[in-house]
Design a protein around this ligand. Structure first.
Ligand code: GGG
Length: 357
């Protein structure tokens, strides 16, 4: 029996509801393939912040480093500035563990009504690869004369050759691996930001020469937003900077039915430190505590974690159990038009796994 040590950070809001639900399903799926998880939970997040004045302890990364992976819920609390919660918890883990490739699949599944007219299940199936360690999220900047008449704020985006090349190369490799439309779309805003994004475009063009069999296109982010709505069926893999990748994946979650279905893997492809898996959604304070959060994004993120750990069959079982419940349409949470709860959806997914259907 193979045992995987997983650090769990449920975090804030609905992270505390969807994470335990996904863990139950992960345990059930793994047990069918002679694998098990040893979970260790870390109570870091906004509640920890109110007690300790920081989102996680100073030695947090040292404590997380020995684990095989990290399973994360959500971060954000209306009582704390978002940049404090995000920069205090999620971003230092992504950066500190060099999880440079944030992989976010966007699929329109059977059973889900697309908000876009004329799109049916199977029409939308692409992956966004978001650069995850630098770009617009580099914490470089400062303020002068804060609160005064002549207040100044400076925030710099950092694009290194190392960081840009490796995420673009990762995205090309993913196109190869998917072997579908054989198309990589790079998204920038190089008409306005010639230094950084012009550089990205140039690196994209250089790296593309190593992948002659893959078609490429470069879109400005504004055009990409329109095209994701007008022609989502054309995309295969999209690679974008940290900020643009984040924005595009909220859009891609919306066109595939719900943010409650969008999973995410923050990958350290070299496996020099643990990777982290989480739903794309945040802590959703508007519905937290009501038991109606959709646990499917966390479950699909769990399936990505199983796959990354080398448990491909268990990952497939978990994903197909979620898709079965979606297609049945009997147990769906309100974000998908249903009246189900986190609990009822979890029970339905568990029932599919234990029935072996
Ligand atoms: N589970 C993801 C999460 O909690 N996201 C909160 C958030 O604010 N994320 C911003 C980002 O990923 O850039």
């Amino acid at each position: 029996m193979k045992t995987y040590r997983i650090a769990v950070i449920p975090g804030d809001g609905i992270g505390n509801e969807v994470t335990p639900a996904a863990i139950r399903v992960l345990d059930a799926a793994a047990s069918r393939f002679e694998a098990r998880f040893a979970w260790e939970s870390f109570p870091w997040g906004s509640a920890y912040y109110f007690e300790h004045g920081r989102m996680m302890p100073p030695d947090a990364l040292d404590r997380l480093r020995p684990f095989d992976a990290i399973f994360f819920g959500a971060v954000g609390d209306p009582r704390v500035e978002d940049n404090v919660t995000l920069n205090g918890l999620l971003l230092p883990i992504r950066r500190g563990f060099d999880q440079y490739a944030c992989v976010r699949p966007a699929v329109l599944y059977p059973g889900v009504r697309a908000p876009l007219a004329g799109r049916k299940p199977g029409d939308i199936d692409f992956v966004v690869v978001r650069e995850n360690t630098e770009g617009e999220y580099a914490q470089i900047g400062g303020a002068l004369h804060s609160g005064g008449l002549h207040e100044v704020a400076v925030q710099s985006a950092i694009f290194t050759r190392h960081g840009t090349e490796r995420v673009i190369r990762f995205a090309f490799d993913l196109v190869r691996q998917r072997n579908r439309k054989r198309l990589l779309t790079s998204v920038t805003k190089s008409n306005a930001q010639g230094f950084s994004m012009g550089f990205w475009d140039r690196v994209f063009s250089e790296v593309s020469r190593e992948y002659p069999e893959i078609r490429t296109e470069s879109l400005l982010v504004d055009a990409a937003c329109m095209d994701l709505v007008r022609r989502p069926q054309d995309f295969d893999v999209i690679v974008a900077s940290n900020l643009f990748g984040d924005i595009l994946t909220d859009l891609s979650a919306a066109i595939t039915g719900s943010l409650g279905l969008a999973p995410s893997g923050n990958l350290n492809p070299a496996r020099t430190s643990p990777s982290m898996f989480e739903p794309v959604h945040g802590s959703a304070p508007d519905i937290a505590g009501r038991g109606i959060a959709n646990p499917m994004a966390a479950m699909l993120a769990g399936a990505m974690m199983l796959d990354f750990l080398g448990e491909g069959a268990a990952a497939k079982l978990m994903e197909s159990a979620v898709l079965r419940v979606l297609a049945d349409q009997r147990d769906l949470t309100p974000d998908l038009g249903g009246t189900g709860t986190t609990e009822s959806v979890s029970a339905a997914v568990l029932a599919v796994i234990s029935s072996g259907r």
